[in-house]
Design a protein around this ligand. Structure first.
Ligand SMILES: *[C@@H]1O[C@H](CO)[C@@H](O)[C@H](O)[C@H]1NC(C)=O
Ligand SMILES: *[C@@H]1O[C@H](CO)[C@@H](O)[C@H](O)[C@H]1NC(C)=O
Ligand SMILES: *[C@@H]1O[C@H](CO)[C@@H](O)[C@H](O)[C@H]1NC(C)=O
Ligand SMILES: *[C@@H]1O[C@H](CO)[C@@H](O)[C@H](O)[C@H]1NC(C)=O
Length: 502
């Protein structure tokens, strides 16, 4: 989608530098021209296809990204210039949570290499939220800007206090394109570098991270791109080697990284949770979700899904914000999972990525957050049946498990349930009724969320925001959505005992 910028990139940069020089010489401050967009007069108008399909255009989100401080012209004039790292072969188009797992790890790798991670739009090829077929039968896939999903470091947000001052903030792909022309970009070939670094499938995750970070740090060039794949692809993330990255030595530790510790949802996700707060709690809206009063109006209907408040009225909701009192979050993956659970059981698959911290071998190392649950097997049960039991719980099992987890929740008075689910409304209604009958005061689900069109495009992230904010969570061990919720809960300082599995 950004092809048209390519041939213009080099002259543009020159024009930028000349203008910066002129501004400096004439004694004006940079503030007059603060963003590349002011200068370029680039039109970010949505394409006719986007309009014809009625897809959200995310213009406010694009404006948010365009005006991030690291996208100021003055940045390019700095000496030395910030160094960047672009992963054009990052997974795309698969489920967003698989892509996101990789993007978070790549943000951390770029940070360790003293480089700004280059973030891209998510292209909704898998599970598109809206119909995207054009009259001629081709697809016009929805492009979701990173800051519709996250505004933590991966979306260019702050690294927080105490982070390496030499690590530039992540930048958008648009910024990369105009500041890193091909002629100035060093290409690092994945396969060759894996050989050079002596990395094989048996190398630990920690070694893989350390060697890649050292290699990328040692390259002088400001613009570096990794070609031919990604050091942490979904195969690696799906295996057991990924775990050691969490507890890597010192600053290499992913579990303590600014990428995770400073994690924040986007203002769009925050706004959606704030509007629907009464579904998940009878308390008043907490400060972390309250809009800035001066930015909202009191016109009747303002703030509704039809007439939402502007995004700049919300601060990105941090993973480290206090949990929502009394809330139990459930992830109930249905639909395609019925068949997928069978496949997973046949393959003998284990729990996904960070969900495997509770497996006895991982627990015994004492190096990881001690999650209490794992893919356990009863003595009279086959592994296949055990996997199905953990993957596809029946309404009766759901009620029983929620009751047991409530009884085990030390220091919490769990009374409210939120079900993040793609289940059919009749099924969800049935489970909700059974939970209420079992003594839960309030039970709600994804089905009841009132979302604007742009919020609906990121409804998975909205659900995840609630699950991360819940006091206790029960998820699907095989799911990457659950795994991302677990890592963000741990990063946000939630007790490992509060992240459970079916
Ligand atoms: C870890 O990072 C901090 C912040 O950049 C730095 O002060 C410290 O020296 C680093 N520690 C090591 C062992 O490199
Ligand atoms: C590469 O790693 C293997 C073990 O993974 C080791 O036996 C070998 O000596 C290493 N080779 C070099 C050149 O470092
Ligand atoms: C397996 O054993 C448990 C008790 O350990 C029992 O409750 C359950 O009914 C048994 N299941 C089967 C299929 O035999
Ligand atoms: C977590 O749960 C286990 C088992 O119920 C318990 O032994 C441990 O003390 C709990 N840890 C915390 C921090 O509550």
């Amino acid at each position: 989608m950004n092809r048209r910028f390519l041939p213009r990139a080099a002259p543009l940069k020159l024009i930028c530098l000349v203008l910066v020089a002129l501004v400096l010489l004439s004694g004006f401050s940079y503030r007059i021209i603060t963003t590349r967009a002011d200068l370029q007069q680039v039109s970010y108008a949505p394409s006719p296809h986007t309009i014809a399909l009625g897809h959200p255009t995310f213009e406010d989100v694009k404006e948010y990204e365009r005006t991030l401080p690291q996208h100021r012209l003055s940045v390019l004039a700095a000496k030395p210039r910030p160094r960047y790292l672009f992963f054009p072969s990052e997974a795309w188009g698969t489920g967003w949570n698989n892509v996101f797992q990789e993007q978070l790890l790549n943000t951390h790798l770029a940070y360790l290499a003293n480089r700004g991670y280059v973030f891209v739009d998510y292209i909704a090829r898998d599970h598109p939220p809206f119909p995207d077929e054009l009259p001629d039968g081709t697809r016009h896939m929805l492009h979701i800007p990173m800051n519709a999903l996250t505004s933590g470091p991966t979306g260019g947000g702050s690294w927080g206090e105490g982070a390496n001052p030499g690590a530039p903030l992540p930048v958008s792909k648009d910024w990369w394109i105009s500041s890193c022309p091909a002629s100035e970009t060093v290409e690092v070939q994945l396969a060759d570098t894996m050989k050079e670094l002596n990395i094989t499938d048996s190398t630990t995750g920690e070694e893989r991270l350390v060697r890649w970070a050292e290699k990328l740090r040692s390259i002088e060039a400001e613009c570096v791109t990794i070609i031919g794949g990604s050091p942490f692809d979904y195969m690696f993330i799906g295996g057991d080697k990924v775990l050691s990255i969490w507890a890597a030595d010192g600053n290499y530790s992913y579990g303590n990284s600014p990428t995770l510790k400073q994690y924040a949802w986007s203002p769009l996700v925050t706004r959606a949770i704030a509007r629907n707060f009464a579904l998940i709690s009878s308390d008043s809206v907490p400060p972390a979700l309250s809009p800035t009063l001066s930015r909202i109006t009191t016109t009747p209907g303002a703030g509704s899904a039809h007439s939402p408040y502007p995004l700049n009225a919300f601060s990105p909701l941090r993973a480290a914000a206090p949990p929502i009192r009394g809330l139990l979050g459930l992830h109930l993956r249905r639909g395609d999972y019925e068949e997928h659970c069978n496949n997973l059981a046949w393959w003998g698959a284990g729990f996904n990525a960070w969900n495997a911290f509770g497996e006895p071998p991982a627990r015994e190392t004492g190096r990881f957050p001690p999650l209490p649950d794992y893919l356990s097997q009863h003595t009279n049960e086959s592994r296949f049946d055990a996997a199905l039991r953990h993957c596809w719980p029946s309404p009766e099992i759901i009620v029983e498990r929620a009751r047991a987890v409530r009884a085990e929740a030390h220091g919490q008075q769990l009374s409210t349930v939120y079900m993040a689910t793609n289940g059919k409304p009749e099924w969800v209604t049935d489970v909700a009724a059974k939970l209420r009958a079992d003594g839960w005061d309030m039970v709600s689900s994804s089905v009841q969320m009132q979302l604007s069109r742009d919020e609906f495009a990121v409804s998975q992230a909205v659900d995840m925001g609630v699950l991360v904010a819940a006091e206790t969570f029960i998820g699907v061990g095989f799911s990457s959505l659950t795994s991302n919720v677990v890592q963000l809960r741990l990063a946000g300082g939630r007790d490992p005992n509060t992240s459970r599995f079916w």
